[in-house]
Each structure stands twice: as C-alpha cells, then as structure tokens.
Design a protein. Structure first.
Length: 202
C-alpha cells in the first residue's frame, strides 16, 4: 500500500503542474501576436504610401523624361548631323528643349528614396551629371569657340575648326545617349510590375 501511495502522488503533482502551463502558453502566443500587429499595419501603411507616391511621381515625371529622351534621340541627333548650331543653342538655353529634361530626371530619381538617400537615387543622379557634362561639350561645339591658352588665360577665345566642331558635337551627342540610357536602365531595375518600363534610345 505504501508503494502505491508513493507512485500515485508524483503523477498527480505532475498533472497538476502541467495543466496551468498550457493556458499560459496560449496567452503568451496571443499577446505576442497582438504586439506584432501594430508594426505589421505600420509597415503595410508605409508600403502603400510609398507605392502611391511612386505612382504619382511616375505619372508626373516619366512622360516629361520620355519627351526629353525623344528630343535628344531625334532633334538633337538631326541638328548635330547638319551642324544646325542655332537650333542646338536654343535647346541648350534655360528652359529650352534640352534643359527641360534635367528637372524631371532628378525628381524621378528622388522618388526612389525615403528619409535617407538610396543608392539607386545616387546612381541615377550620377547619370544625370554625365548628361550635364555631355551638354557642356555640346555647348562648346554650338558656340564654336573655346577658352584661349594665352598668358594667365587672357589669350581670348579660340575659334574651333568646323570639322572638329562637328566631331565634338557628335561625341557629346553619343555621350548623352549613354547617360540617358544609363539613367533609364537604373530606374527600370526593380521598379515593380505596377509600372511600364521606360524605353531606352536604340
């Protein structure tokens, strides 16, 4: 009889200890899940807001970028080939057809950043800088003169030979094509299925 008593008591104690642990475990799981809900909803809200912002930026800036791309690939190419310096000079001027592409490009690039500037935005802005550089060379060709190399730089402007002028303009155009295509390719990468990719210059 004594042995039976010894055997049955630990079992009862074991059952008694095990019973409260189950509801406690369930409460812990529910509490943990409840605590995670605000963070989940916050992340969802941020993602939705980011998507809406990106959609607004896409509708506002991408059509203007495409117009600038098309102008560069057609009108600029034609003007360079025919040495139409007057047309190119007007396009390069502030708010001209070439100048108007820079604002939308920078704003579209910034749409890929949040509170901090992303690597993608930095890379896209680097491509914009390359396009600016190509326009600088195109400006030299359009004006047809370059700074003189006289004593202390006061030698006056030096006229560029027409053949070299045309070569410089062509090189500037080609450099611009690469910059625009680079900008577009970086922007297209990982843009999402909600957006149509921007075409590059052939």
């Amino acid at each position: 009889m004594g042995r039976r008593a010894v055997l049955t008591q630990p079992r009862a104690a074991s059952v008694t200890c095990a019973q409260p642990s189950e509801p406690l475990s369930r409460r812990a799981v529910v509490a943990s899940a409840a605590a995670a809900l605000p963070a989940f909803f916050a992340q969802s809200a941020v993602a939705e807001q980011t998507l809406v912002t990106r959609q607004q930026a896409y509708s506002r800036y991408v059509p203007r970028i495409e117009r600038g791309r098309d102008y560069w690939s057609t009108a600029v190419k034609k003007a360079v080939a025919s040495s139409d310096w007057t047309t190119l000079n007007k396009a390069i001027e502030k708010k001209g057809s070439i100048d108007r592409i820079f604002g939308p490009m920078q704003l579209w690039a910034s749409s890929f950043s949040g509170k901090s500037i992303s690597e993608k935005t930095i890379a896209m802005n680097a491509a914009v800088d390359e396009l600016r550089e190509s326009v600088s060379f195109l400006t030299i060709a359009t004006v047809g003169t370059e700074k003189g190399g006289g004593f202390l730089g006061f030698g006056g402007a030096k006229k560029i030979e027409e053949g070299k002028r045309q070569q410089l303009a062509l090189a500037a155009y080609q450099k611009g094509v690469k910059a625009i295509n680079k900008f577009i390719a970086i922007g297209n990468d990982g843009m999402g299925l909600q957006f149509a990719e921007i075409d590059t210059i052939d």
